[in-house]
Design a protein around this ligand. Sequence first.
Ligand SMILES: C[S@@+](CC[C@H](N)C(=O)[O-])C[C@H]1O[C@@H](n2cnc3c(N)ncnc32)[C@H](O)[C@@H]1O
Length: 459
Amino acid sequence: MSASTALDTLLGLKKVLDSAIEEVSAEWKAHGVPASLQDPSFTAQSPEDTLPSPRLYEATKRALGAADMLQALLRDPRDQLMACAAQYFESRALHAASIARIPDILHQASLEGKVDGLSAQELSQKTGYEENKCGLHSFHSRIMRLLATNHIFNQTGPARFSNNRTSVALINNAPLASYIDLYGGEWYASSQHLIEAFKDNSLALERAAFTRDRIYNSQGKTYWDYNDVNSARHDMFATAMSGSAQTNLFALLNDYPWDKLGKATVVDVGGGIGALSLPLLERYENLSVVIQDRESVIEQAQEHWKINLPAAVEDKRATFQVADFFQQNIVNGAEIYMLRYIMDDWNDEACIKILSAIKASMTHQSKVLIVEALLIPAWLPPSAISTLKIAPEPLLPNYGSPQRFIHCRDLNMMNLINGTERTASEMTSVVERAGLVLQKVWECRGAVHVTECVLPSST
Ligand SMILES: C[S@@+](CC[C@H](N)C(=O)[O-])C[C@H]1O[C@@H](n2cnc3c(N)ncnc32)[C@H](O)[C@@H]1O
């Protein structure tokens, strides 16, 4: 790492910010300027409309990384540490607002002509949250003013709030709200056991922090068992999975060359309800899909497709199989075996078994597509430069803040199921130990990558 002074870094960040802002504004002018941050008007924008051009995506990453690094540089280190320690209260406040559906309530108020939003008292009446819980200032005022300070909601008066561009993303958006509710609810609750889990050298599923919580684990159940016995939660999890994909779905549909596959079968291994394969079939008519999962999930998937893409079920472009991905795949010689958000659920040994079970059914025309984020750390070996885009100095090589969520997700994987996000070299090692070759990493306009693997040419 080159030793640079704080002043070098400050001026370097100015340069990065200046050029990134220049590019962002040029792209906005060319392709459309988004709503202002304070704008509470809800337009049911198609997610595809929010897919940035490659240049805008890259410039935005630089701007975000530089702005975040600037805070670390300018803040008193003690303030930086205290702010980090207290940050979970922002998450708690968002959870409280989301679970009470405050964005929908404020949206309804705006439709009724209340352009300045609602008072904390009115919000209390509509949500049942105790108005004077904390004395003079109502509970709502307190959670909402914290969120408004974090650019989620507008504060329009001493105790009055309206939606802003960020909070409108939650209007009528049950999938995203479910994802936020899982993070703020049971995933948050189990994270209190993380320190105990850190001290345990077992990577077994049932030893994860989640299963240490006796509320969930009275009979030694794992996360997936718990999902199965609680039907409301089971549905919520499936919905949340599609919510988690909202910002990267269209990047995945556009940035991998699905159209070059021709007439091909995609086996969606551990496919859930097919949150990616359904829009894939909608867009690419040469593709057909086989969704494989556990029995309870396959029932859910069939229902989901019957409602959302019945034609594909009727003409058998979409078929469904109960299958255990630790056993040899029952579809031989498919062009694509897709593993989306699967590898990060499991430790290396389990992933090697999952890949080997697919490998046994592959031909030399088959590919395994691992669709999940590759974790990019704040230090990268020179070899990574050929695989991944590296940020310019003085930014961290992984751009910093654009990678923060994936690092949080990594800890959550450990929290729930002793799973892990992987770096490019960790992924390469698992793939090679399973006897496959990592052919290419497709960087998409979002945190999720498509890692393409094939059989070695000698087999
Ligand atoms: C994180 S979800 C991902 C679902 C889907 N691929 C997606 O991207 O929305 C993991 C999936 O793995 C499935 N799963 C877990 N163990 C499995 C097994 N042994 N065989 C097949 N599927 C399994 C779960 O039921 C769940 O649907």
